[in-house]
Design a binder for this molecule. Structure first.
Ligand code: PEP
Ligand code: MG
Length: 327
């Protein structure tokens, strides 16, 4: 056998009324690629690249990264692999990069803020590896930027991509521009989603961080765990608004936070209009089984009822009374 789980659907799935929904995997190590294939992922919706950079004395070379990105594309020859550029800072630091601590690391220099500042050299090397890998025959490479808070940051990141493309062109090195996307993880990004969407090919909602920042309740913080709930009406409204802004700009909108893999929320997420859900590989078969039982029109009215609830309990009771299908 090829190691695939016989329980999984290998083909892409659509709702009962024919809306295709991408079901992709979140992967954070090369070993995770195999799991994603085995569980029937359509592609990789979030390839976290921190593993390449953490626990070592020196950053990975361009060639080392290129090989890893190629490996991911080869695992999904007909799919899309969305690689997220380095997202350190917050709770993760690098021994070879600027390690100044700040009192509130999650509100400090993390993700794209570092890539456009103290880690610009790491960013450039990663972009070179990504643009080279994008020229591969197998699979479709996309790249996305984490923790974007402003249109100016996105524009600076896109300028960095262009400048790397020019350098590769001048040096006669094979490369291609990947599709480019932005993660929606900050309230400012959700509120600026229309302006961000105009500049990219896709949006990807990171509900782990979006929830933390919308609710001002840290991830994995016992005393505020109740508040860190993506079903809070304010978080749902931020998601709803982001999806609408993306679609108005004609770009696809995915979700790659933990929420995307909660099988009890599949109908809600389809109803909110998400085009792709990306999750831990283990939850893929269940979510893929849910989707064909969902009617997208009924799910949209469920989403309307959920986003108009005033409390998280109200959201949950509306979901429990759901007749939109699975979930
Ligand atoms: C998120 O914030 O929802 C996300 C997917 O990114 P990470 O969990 O890696 O911060
Ligand atoms: Mg995040």
């Amino acid at each position: 056998t090829d190691g695939r789980n016989p329980e999984v659907r290998e083909a892409t799935v659509s709702t009962a009324d024919g809306k295709p929904i991408g079901v992709a995997a979140n992967v954070c190590t090369p070993a995770g690629l195999e799991d994603a294939v085995r569980q029937g992922a359509d592609g990789i919706g979030l390839f976290r690249t921190e593993f390449l950079f953490l626990d070592r004395e020196r950053p990975p070379s361009e060639d080392e990264q290129y090989e890893v990105y190629r490996e991911a594309l080869e695992a999904f020859p007909d799919g899309r692999v969305v690689v997220r550029t380095l997202d350190v800072g917050g709770d993760k630091s690098l021994p070879y990069a600027d390690a100044r601590e700040s009192a509130n690391p999650f509100l400090g220099a993390r993700g794209i803020r570092r890539s456009l500042g103290p880690d610009a050299d790491l960013f450039e090397t990663q972009l070179r590896a990504l643009l080279r890998a994008a020229a591969a025959e197998s699979g479709t490479l996309s790249a996305m930027f984490p923790m974007v808070a402003t249109v100016s940051e996105l524009e600076a990141a896109l300028t960095a991509v262009e400048s790397v493309a020019t350098d590769l062109e001048t040096a006669g090195i094979a490369h291609e521009l990947p599709e480019l996307g932005v993660m929606i993880e900050t309230p400012s990004a959700a509120l600026s989603a229309a302006d961000l969407a105009e500049r990219v090919d896709f949006l990807s909602i990171g509900t782990n961080d979006l929830t933390q920042y919308v609710m001002a309740a840290a991830r994995e913080h016992d005393r505020v765990a109740d508040l860190h709930d993506p079903c809070e009406p304010a978080v749902l409204r931020a998601i709803e608004r982001t999806v609408e802004a993306g679609h108005d700009a004609g770009v696809r909108v995915g979700m790659c936070g933990e929420m995307a893999g909660d099988p009890d929320l599949t109908a809600l997420l389809v109803g909110l209009g998400l085009d792709e859900l990306s999750m831990s590989a283990v939850t893929i078969p269940e979510v893929k089984a849910n989707i064909p039982r969902i009617d997208a029109t009924e799910a949209a009215s469920l989403a309307d009822r959920a986003t108009s609830a005033t409390t998280v309990e109200g959201v949950r009771s509306r979901l429990a009374a759901d007749d939109a299908g699975a979930g």
